[in-house]
Every structure is written in structure tokens, then in C-alpha cells.
Design a protein around this ligand. Structure first.
Ligand SMILES: NC(=O)C1=CN([C@@H]2O[C@H](COP(=O)(O)OP(=O)(O)OC[C@H]3O[C@@H](n4cnc5c(N)ncnc54)[C@H](O)[C@@H]3O)[C@@H](O)[C@H]2O)C=CC1
Ligand code: BAL
Length: 496
């Protein structure tokens, strides 16, 4: 359950009093980068300096991985019984819950996300994810193979070893949870590399895990850049697996790092350009409009599964856009610490400029801006709907990762399927129809890892999340399938 929202004044007061973590977390304690280097982290909504954070490098990766490996090999975590790990992780979830307001404020300050989302979604989902994987771990059975009576063949799962978890900035807490939940439950030791833009909550979470009883060396966090920390982790020979969420371009690099080092397992959760297909049989246009607005603009569209391409039957486009406009008026934008706001700031000036460049591209292509289209204060982007976007437009093909929804029309179901699948990505899709046969056909024919019908979402912790095509590689986050990522399968054959 989410903790109750505070008032804007209470959040502002809390923001002033929180002691922000600034050091790397290695071997159970905070320590500066070995080089002594630091980088500035600012509040994107105000541009004000929040903290100067340890800027780790390859030498810090070596130390953290050595500690993680020592912890894995001596078994202080990996060889505890699943039940023992479960109890520590449940204590960890309780500590997260006790610090819910603090974590929500840190997340909002660091990323520009609206506090109401941090408090109502990111923090409670993070806690729920840790609890769910903790509860799962002592309920997964190993197997016996169907061999003859002269032997016993066991198929057992074992933790994969030292895992590098490389994170994006759009859901700093939740992506951390999706990866630490199953990896810690399985018994792995982990080295987390948060995005440089959003480091704070990962550091605090590691401290809370240690306080809950996760032993020193098991959960390490190294702030720093992709080149300085991400690449050395990806290339380290003692790292047996990397789980990554971020852009497809960077994901590709981890495959190179693995190929050029120790063939570590690589799991990638990358970009998306997700279609929302609306058929003209849909009865409840208002509910459809509400879901579409949520799908496109939740988290400012900084979401790999955002419904960013509306593919709508030509007959109902105008009515649908009118209904959507009504809902969009409810999405107030501004100070992320004001709980009335549903849209906050873009995560960084650089990302703001990227999103703005697509608004300029729309103008260059002479596309019709139906709603929004403006920026505010050099860091906010209005929720924007752009009509008449053809398949060849960059706006149709490229991941904008901002609050920009393109609109394209179709007249036949086959045309809708072709448009939906016309993407290098295949992460998520939504279909809106009251015809069950059409719902089944579209759900089956759209090449995406998650398809929602008459709603937008990513399922919950019980359902796997990951993509087809260039959206993903190697495994799934969430659900019992996430455990597959972090475990090896071993055969033990015993002759009679
Ligand atoms: N799938 C998703 O959820 C995300 C997608 N993106 C997409 O990527 C675009 C660019 O955002 P970025 O922050 O630049 O994403 P990114 O993919 O570069 O960053 C993700 C993580 O990879 C690390 N990294 C970056 N370069 C690396 C390298 N050469 N070797 C190892 N690690 C490296 C980063 O420090 C960060 O921790 C966004 O505009 C968006 O389109 C960004 C974040 C999340
Ligand atoms: N929406 C959760 C996955 C992601 O955006 O990275």
C-alpha cells in the first residue's frame, strides 16, 4: 500500500532535511571513488545542485567486483537457505516501507518525476517487488529427470554469481527493484551501476539492505558514467552476468563487451515505440481516451513501454482526439514536489533538448499539432499530440522518450497490423476493441512482449516484462521467469 500523500509544503520541508548519499556503496559501507573524483547531480526542475557524488572508475569496479566475488564464494549470502534469505529480504522491504516518504522525495528531486507518482507507484511497487521475490524464493522446487531406476538425475538451479545491474534514469527505484529482487533472492552478489542522472535512491536502498542484514560485499553500488563504470563492468571477467535496461544502442555494446571478455550472460531490456491500436467498434471511447492519455504521458513519456504511436481507425479519429483533449486537461504540469502535478520536468537538459528536437522535426515535416507542442522554462515539455504522421516520418519510427504522441489512421485490420509492426522495436502494444475475435487476432499478430487489451499497462510483478526484436534480448524482468536470468541449471547424475 502506498503511504499517504503529504502536502506540497511538507514535501518541500522534507526535501530540505534529507541527508543525500554522496559516496559509492562497497563492501557494506560508503566510500569515495578511489580517484577522489566527483560529479554534480542537480535537480532538473530547478537546475540547483543537489550533491556532488563519487565518480567511480574502472579501479572501483575492480574493488567492488572483488568484494562481490569473495562474498559469493564464501557463501555468506549465496549459501544461506532460501528461507534465511527470504527473511532478510522481507526485513529489507519493511525498512524501505519505513522510509517511503524519504525515498519518494529523493527520487523526485533527482529525476524530475512528480512526487505523486513516486509516492503512489515507484516506491510501493519497489517494496512489493522485493517482497514478492523474497516470498517466491523458498517456493521454487528443483526437479528430477525421468531416468531409469539405476540412477537418480537431479536438475538444480544455482545462483549465477556476480551480477552487474546497469540501470536507466526513467524509473531509478523500480528498475533497481526489478533487478535486485530476483538476483538477491537467488543468492547472487550484485554490483549496481545507476544512471549518472539518478544515483541517489540506489545508494540509499543499498544502505537499507545492509541494515536489514544483507551481508557486506553482496550489494554494491557504483555511481559514475557509462564508459567509466558500465563498460568495465560489462568487460569484467569475474562478472558472470549483466542485466541492463536502457537504450538499444548501449544494450548492443554489452553484447560486444561479453563477446570480447568472458561470454557473460547478457539480458537486455531496451527501447520501444509502442503502438496503441483503436478499432472503430470500440464502445467506450471515453475510457479508451483516458487509457491512451495515461499510456502516452505517464512519467512524461519517459517510459520504454509508453504508448507513443496511436493507430486509429479513420472513422473515429476526430471523436477520439476530442475525448483525449478532455482528459489531457487533467494532466497538470509543473513543480514535481507539488502533489497536484501529474507531469514533472524532463530528466535533464540534454534529454529535454532531444525531445524538443522532435517538436522541431514535426514543424519541419509540416505535421499538425493537435495539442501541446510547446516547452516551458527550458525543462518542461507539454503533453503533445501530433496528427497525420506517416510511416516514414522519424516521429513514427524513432523513440522520442518524451510526452509526444503521434497519430496515424487506418481503414482495414490488416493495415492496422502492418502499421503496428512497422518498427524495429517490439516491447509493448495496446489494442482497443469490443470484438473479442479482433482482440485475439491483434494480440497474437502484434510482435511485442506485452500486449494489453482495452487498457494500458505493463502487467504486475507476476507477469514477465521484456521485448521482441530490438527491444530485448536474453530474458525477462519480473515474475518467476526473472529467476531464470539469475540462475544456472545444473544436472547432477548419481548412478546406483
Ligand atoms: N529502455 C528504457 O527504459 C530506456 C531507454 N532510454 C532511451 O535511450 C535514450 C538515451 O538515454 P541514455 O541515458 O543515454 O541511455 P543509455 O542506454 O545510454 O543509458 C543506460 C545506462 O547505460 C549506461 N551506459 C551508457 N553508455 C554506456 C557504455 N558505453 N557502456 C556501458 N554502459 C553505458 C548509462 O550510464 C546508464 O546507466 C533515451 O532518450 C531513450 O530513448 C533511456 C533510458 C531508459
Ligand atoms: N516501464 C518500465 C521499463 C522502462 O521504462 O524501462
Amino acid at each position: 500500500m502506498a503511504a499517504a500523500l503529504l502536502s506540497g509544503a511538507e514535501y518541500a520541508a522534507l526535501a530540505e532535511t534529507i541527508k543525500l548519499p554522496t559516496e559509492a556503496f562497497v563492501d557494506g559501507g560508503f566510500r569515495p571513488a578511489l580517484s577522489g573524483a566527483r560529479f554534480d547531480t542537480t535537480n532538473p526542475a530547478t537546475g540547483k545542485l543537489l550533491a556532488q557524488i563519487a565518480a567511480c572508475g574502472p579501479e572501483d569496479v575492480d574493488v567492488a567486483v572483488a568484494n562481490a566475488k569473495a562474498a559469493f564464494e564464501d557463501g555468506r549470502w549465496s549459501k544461506l537457505s532460501p528461507n534465511e534469505r527470504k527473511h532478510i529480504l522481507l526485513r529489507f522491504a519493511d525498512l524501505l516501507e519505513q522510509n517511503a516518504h524519504q525515498l519518494a522525495v529523493m527520487e523526485s528531486l533527482d529525476s524530475g518525476k512528480p512526487i505523486r507518482e513516486c509516492q503512489n507507484t515507484d516506491v510501493p511497487e519497489t517494496i512489493h517487488t522485493i517482497r514478492w521475490h523474497a516470498e517466491l524464493i523458498d517456493k521454487i522446487y528443483d526437479s528430477t529427470a525421468p531416468v531409469g531406476s539405476n540412477a537418480l538425475a537431479l536438475v538444480v538451479r544455482e545462483a549465477i554469481g556476480v551480477v552487474g545491474l546497469v540501470l536507466p534514469w526513467n524509473f531509478p527505484l523500480l528498475m533497481l527493484a526489478w533487478k535486485i529482487g530476483p538476483s538477491l533472492a537467488a543468492g547472487c552478489s550484485i554490483v549496481v551501476k545507476p544512471a549518472k542522472e539518478t544515483t541517489l535512491t540506489a545508494l540509499r536502498v543499498a544502505e537499507l539492505a545492509y541494515q536489514a542484514g544483507v551481508p557486506a560485499g553482496v550489494f554494491n553500488v557504483l555511481p559514475g558514467g557509462g564508459r567509466e563504470v558500465g563498460e568495465p563492468l560489462g568487460r569484467h571477467r569475474d562478472v558472470t552476468m549483466v542485466s541492463f535496461t536502457g537504450s538499444t544502442d548501449t544494450g548492443r555494446k554489452f553484447l560486444h563487451y561479453a563477446a570480447e571478455s568472458n561470454l557473460k550472460r547478457v539480458v537486455l531490456e531496451c527501447g520501444g515505440k509502442n503502438p496503441a491500436v483503436v478499432l472503430n467498434d470500440v464502445q467506450d471511447l471515453d475510457a479508451t481516451a483516458r487509457h491512451l492519455v495515461n499510456g502516452a504521458f505517464w512519467n512524461m513519456g519517459e517510459n520504454c513501454s509508453a504508448s507513443s504511436r496511436l493507430i486509429v481507425h479513420a472513422d473515429i479519429k476526430c471523436q477520439l482526439l476530442e475525448r483525449m483533449e478532455v482528459h489531457m486537461r487533467e494532466w497538470q504540469m509543473g513543480n514535481p514536489l507539488d502533489p497536484d502535478n501529474r507531469l514533472g520536468a524532463m530528466v535533464s537538459k540534454a534529454h529535454f533538448e532531444k525531445v524538443r528536437s522532435y517538436l522541431e522535426q514535426a514543424a519541419a515535416e509540416k505535421l499538425t499539432v493537435v495539442y501541446g507542442g510547446e516547452t516551458e522554462k527550458g525543462i518542461y515539455v507539454q503533453p503533445t499530440v501530433i496528427d497525420g504522421v506517416g510511416q516514414d516520418s522519424r516521429l513514427f519510427q524513432e523513440e522520442i522518450f518524451g510526452p509526444v504522441l503521434t497519430v496515424t489512421t487506418f481503414t482495414t485490420l490488416e493495415e492496422a497490423i502492418t502499421l503496428a509492426n512497422d518498427s524495429v522495436y517490439g516491447l509493448a502494444a495496446s489494442v482497443y476493441t469490443d470484438d473479442l475475435r479482433n482482440a485475439i487476432k491483434l494480440s497474437r499478430e502484434i510482435r511485442a512482449g506485452v500486449v494489453t487489451v482495452n487498457c494500458f499497462g505493463e502487467g504486475d510483478v507476476t507477469t514477465p516484462f521484456g521485448g521482441y526484436k530490438e527491444s530485448g534480448f536474453g530474458g525477462r524482468d519480473k515474475s518467476q521467469w526473472a529467476h531464470d536470468q539469475y540462475t544456472e541449471i545444473k544436472t547432477i547424475w548419481i548412478d546406483a
